[in-house]
Write a protein that binds this ligand. Structure first.
Ligand code: GLC
Length: 557
């Protein structure tokens, strides 16, 4: 593996600055707060930080609505603060990955402000405008945050497209000037010395140009992995990513394996790797997010198998459970009370030992949970509030039902402040936090975790270390050993010298697995366990697995 491929043995830590650490008393985190925690990240052992957007923004979607790509949001600090973070992180050997949001801009961006109400503006064609039909938008596409994807510009009587909030207007990538500006933006940050880019909903940038009505869906099939998306990515990659050797990860919404094989193809013509979300829809019955549901374990294993075998040798994927859009995994698929420690560790091992680059979302490494909000007034997220309006005020869902759904599904579940210690406000701020803090912070916090060698924190630290020292975790093939088992996600990683047997019990009930004949009597080394390491073991036909047990056994061939 070349130095260029450093990210194949790396683990990346995602920071959501607003909720990470407040260096003042504003009640929201900032860049200086991040710099003050670099030693903590160094101790965990992560290789890079993915910083979610810190640019100037009205914060309708917490920074994913960018008003100026070249400026830092004053609430997060200054460009000097950013430069200082970059320098100090680099000194500690931690790389910085910036979040680039170029499917859309904020409607406060000067391009949109110039385009609005003025068909002659040089920036009019930076966005997507269509005349209405009988006082309605020109097609029936739906916004991902609910309602029509079009909003009216009264002065010109045309509608602009917004696949997300109406304050996030989609850019028109068909216009070469847009693509030139996008390259300028990315190059500005590459020149500063940032190491890579996470590209927000990047597979939505190319829309089918007939903008037809969608009679069977919400319109996504007309702009997801669209007609020119690969061409656009190759263009940006050649102009900037390849020139600067940037690592890149594309956020791919509702994508397919075939497209991802191309986005992340090993010839590096487009991106280094991809995020896909299929494994995080296993609790969306019939694709429906806004309903309370258990997860479908059989489906989860099928999805892992499909992507692990499909990308091996062809492309590269990100491995993750958590981010700022997803509820906390220990509350979602694990058990955040009785088996908090065991299930948090098992879930970590289950994804970290597959092929790809693991991402840890702030607080995941200490097993942070959903906060269990009970009042609508506790929520801040634009998507959650929109859905409440649509489903309760204008729809048929009752308030109580919706509160139960939000408790399980809202993006705010992951956005509550990082729990640093048991002091006031979990050590996050000395002011009033912008969003509530989970009540369990006196027990679940970084300080407590650091004092306990059995904590979830040290388990993540070990996973990060193993990835760097056990090559089969990076380069081995993947075989699902028990596709039919009702509780165990068991897989084999294998390269020419070694095999790594990974067994994960996803439930709070003991169970057993029967190993294939060829494994019986083999000797291996337990390299990971959440019930105490046993060292050298000889494999038996039958293996008993305790509640939420995870174990990984390395076998030399
Ligand atoms: C991505 C971001 C999400 C944001 C959306 C629109 O999915 O992760 O937070 O709301 O894009 O930019």
């Amino acid at each position: 593996m070349s130095q260029q491929d450093w990210w194949k043995t790396a683990t990346i830590y995602q920071i959501y600055p607003k909720s990470f650490c407040d260096s003042s008393d504003k009640g929201m985190g900032d860049i200086k707060g991040i710099t003050s925690k670099l030693d903590y990240l160094g101790l965990l052992g992560v290789d890079a930080i993915w910083l979610t957007p810190v640019y100037a923004s009205p914060m309708i979607d917490n920074g994913y609505d960018i008003a100026d790509y070249y400026a830092i949001n004053p609430d997060f600090g200054s460009m000097e603060d950013f430069d200082e973070l970059l320098e100090q992180a680099h000194q500690k050997g931690i790389r910085i990955i910036m979040d680039i949001v170029v499917n859309h801009t904020s409607t406060q961006h000067e391009w949109f402000q110039s385009a609005l109400g003025d068909k002659q503006s040089p920036y009019r064609d930076y966005y997507i405008w269509k005349p209405g039909r009988n006082g309605q938008a020109s097609n029936n596409w739906q916004s991902k945050f609910g309602g029509s994807a079009w909003a009216l510009d009264e002065a010109t009587d045309e509608y602009y497209l917004h696949l997300f909030a109406k304050e996030q207007a989609d850019l028109n990538w068909e216009n070469p000037a847009v693509r030139e500006d996008v390259k300028r933006v990315i190059e500005f940050w590459a020149q500063k010395g940032v190491d890579g880019f996470r590209l927000d909903v990047i597979n939505l940038i190319s829309k089918q140009q007939d903008f037809a009505d969608d009679h069977i869906g919400d319109g996504r099939r007309f702009y997801t992995d669209g007609p020119r998306v690969h061409e656009y990515l190759q263009e940006i990659s050649e102009a900037v990513f390849q020139k600067y050797g940037s690592v890149t990860v594309g956020e791919m919404s509702s994508t397919t394996l075939e497209h991802c094989q191309q986005y992340s193809a090993l010839d590096n013509k487009e991106l280094s790797m991809v995020f896909n979300f299929h494994h995080l829809k296993v609790d969306y019955p019939n694709g429906e997010k806004w309903t309370k549901a258990d997860f479908d374990f059989a489906q989860l294993k099928q999805i892992f198998n499909h992507w692990q075998t499909g990308l091996n040798g062809k492309g590269w994927g990100a491995l993750f459970w958590c981010n700022h859009d997803q509820p906390r995994i220990v509350s979602r698929l694990g058990n955040d009370t009785r088996y908090h420690n065991e299930s948090a560790k098992m879930l970590a091992a289950s994804v970290h030992l597959m092929q790809g680059t693991p991402y840890i979302f702030q607080g995941e490494e200490i097993g942070m949970t959903n906060p269990g909000f009970t009042e609508l007034s506790q929520y801040r997220d634009v998507e959650s509030l929109n859905m409440y309006k649509l489903m309760v005020e204008e729809g048929t869902t009752s308030h109580d039902e919706m509160m139960a759904i939000l408790q399980q599904k809202s993006r705010d579940n992951s956005r509550t402040p990082m729990q640093w210690n048991s002091n006031t406000n979990a050590g996050f701020t000395s002011g009033t936090p912008w969003i509530g803090i989970a009540e369990n912070y006196p027990e679940i916090n970084a300080q407590t975790a650091l004092q306990d060698q059995q904590s979830v924190f040290y388990f993540y630290k070990e996973l990060i270390r193993l990835r760097k020292t056990v090559p089969v975790i990076t380069d081995g093939s993947y075989t699902d050993m028990f596709p039919e088992h009702e509780q165990v996600h068991g897989y084999l990683r294998e390269n020419t010298d070694t095999m790594l047997l990974c067994l994960n019990n996803y439930f709070g009930k003991e169970t057993e697995v029967a190993l294939p004949e060829s494994f019986v009597a083999l000797t291996g080394q337990q390299i990971l366990s959440n019930y105490g390491l046993e060292g050298t073991v000889t494999l038996d036909k039958k293996m008993v697995m305790k509640p939420y047990e995870t174990v990984a056994i390395l076998i030399n061939k």
